[in-house]
Design a protein around this ligand. Structure first.
Ligand code: ADP
Length: 432
């Protein structure tokens, strides 16, 4: 049992950045939120926390593993007293005919002895909508959105009733826009009617925030809901209406930030490359480039990067260490070293810089890159993140307490294409 547990929502997210995305929306909806990385092995302090999101890596792993990890997370969240459970997956319904969305949802329902759940992947402000059970990305059907070429889970069918039917032995139903238009009560009646017919999974249309609000109202009493982070933003208002949640002023309030500011970037996504260029234009002497080919030759470049960062930090100057490079440079390094080794060299170098520099007094750390963030967080031994205000959509500041540090460490973890062009400078301006 966690200390002071009074948890309203317990969420299980199938990847790390998806977990942060949901947590960010829960804060925006008015909940104080903690993200935990993996199922906690030790007691977690849940004082003044309303929602916990457990970040798993269950999106593309073997089905058995995804089910086992999700059930372990469920068990832990129930021990913390969570009133409603939320299974979070990607708003593009990332999965294959083998799973993992269907099998995980089935096993969670079974463990909860529940008969039905809803599937609400839509995230309208990000252009993900569902109509007549068909998922759109912007104005394209899912299977024509680029997602049909995804390396791990190519999405070749936009009809989610059909997609999910291949992942579960149970009947899949639909709550379409015409039903939602009649309001929450009619939607609830429709779900009950489907439940009476044995329909376990209901794909739900949603075109806008209002549809999500109706769905949140219709499903607030369900033991388990599933979907993307859009639904997450609509639920807190319903918890308040139920009297489960107080009105909380500044749910994203963190302790004052302190310590040196550092940006580490291992992302080569287009948005990140522009952010690196923007930072270097503002601080021409503020950046140090790492190159996997040089890193592979020994410690020299790493030591130079460390010396560079220490020098800049001692004069309170902004500092960026980056391996981010244009596609051609990345390809050259990958051809020479192999994709995996090139990535590993960069992740290892940035992780060890993070560990050393946090020891040396860095207290505000921004990391760019999903995989890179995972590597840094794991090297720092971080297991919980308190979610603060968002810097840009989907990317909040977070805080974690660390052994050996009196004040908490402030951390912003930005995956690939998130964030405006001035993200590397503005992030620190909005942090107080
Ligand atoms: P994103 O969120 O943009 O996809 P990730 O951190 O998830 O970023 O992935 C980027 C990957 O590319 C990481 O494994 C990183 O180590 C690797 N990488 C970074 N810079 C280079 C480079 N210059 N050459 C080769 N690989 C690189």
């Amino acid at each position: 049992m966690g200390m002071g547990a009074n948890i309203v929502l317990g969420a299980i997210a199938d990847d790390f950045t998806g977990a942060t995305d949901l947590a960010n929306n829960l804060v925006r909806g008015g909940m104080r939120c903690l993200q935990v990385i993996g199922v906690p092995q030790q007691e977690v302090d849940l004082t003044d926390i309303d929602a916990v999101v457990v970040a798993l890596k269950s999106r593309s792993c073997p089905v058995d593993e995804a089910v086992a990890d999700s059930l372990a997370a469920l068990e832990w969240l129930r021990q913390q007293g969570a009133r409603q459970l939320f299974f979070k997956y990607c708003s593009t319904f990332d999965s294959t005919d083998q799973g993992n969305i269907g099998p995980v949802a089935d096993s969670l329902l079974e463990a909860l002895a529940a008969h039905q759940t809803v599937m609400v992947p839509a995230f309208p402000i990000n252009g993900r909508t569902v109509y007549q059970g068909h998922l759109f990305v912007g104005d394209r059907l899912l299977n024509d959105s680029g997602m049909q070429h995804h390396p791990l889970n190519p999405m070749q069918d936009a009809d989610l009733v059909r997609v999910l039917s291949r992942q579960t032995p149970h009947p899949v139903g639909l709550a379409n826009r015409a039903v939602l238009a009649k309001g929450a009560e009619a939607t609830r009646a429709h779900l009950t009617m489907l439940a009476d017919q044995g329909v376990r999974h209901v794909i739900c249309d949603s075109l806008d925030e209002q549809d999500l609000e109706i769905l949140a109202e219709a499903t607030v009493a369900m033991p388990l809901v599933t979907g993307g982070s859009g639904l997450g933003q609509a639920l807190p208002a319903q918890y308040r209406a139920q009297g489960w949640l107080d009105t909380i002023s500044e749910p994203g309030r963190l302790s004052p930030a302190s310590g040196g500011a550092l940006v580490l970037s291992g992302s080569c996504s287009r948005a990140t490359l522009a952010q690196v260029a923007d930072f270097l234009a503002k601080h021409p002497d503020g950046g140090f480039a790492l190159d996997p080919l040089t890193l592979s030759e020994g410690d020299k470049q790493w030591e130079q990067a460390l010396a560079f960062a220490l020098e800049r930090l001692s004069s309170n100057a902004p500092v960026l260490i980056y391996a981010s490079a244009d596609p051609e440079k990345v390809k050259t390094a990958q051809a020479e070293l192999g994709v995996e080794r090139a990535g590993h060299l960069v992740e290892e170098a940035l992780s060890q810089l993070a560990v050393t520099l946090v020891n040396e007094g860095v207290g505000r750390l921004l990391v760019a890159g999903g995989e890179t963030s995972g590597a840094v967080v794991s090297a720092l031994g971080i297991t919980t993140l308190r979610i603060g205000e968002q810097i840009d959509p989907g990317v909040p500041w977070t805080q974690t307490s660390m052994v050996g540090r009196e004040a908490p460490l402030s951390l912003a973890l930005k995956s690939g294409n998130f964030g405006g062009i001035d993200f590397f400078t503005r992030a620190f301006e909005v942090l107080v």
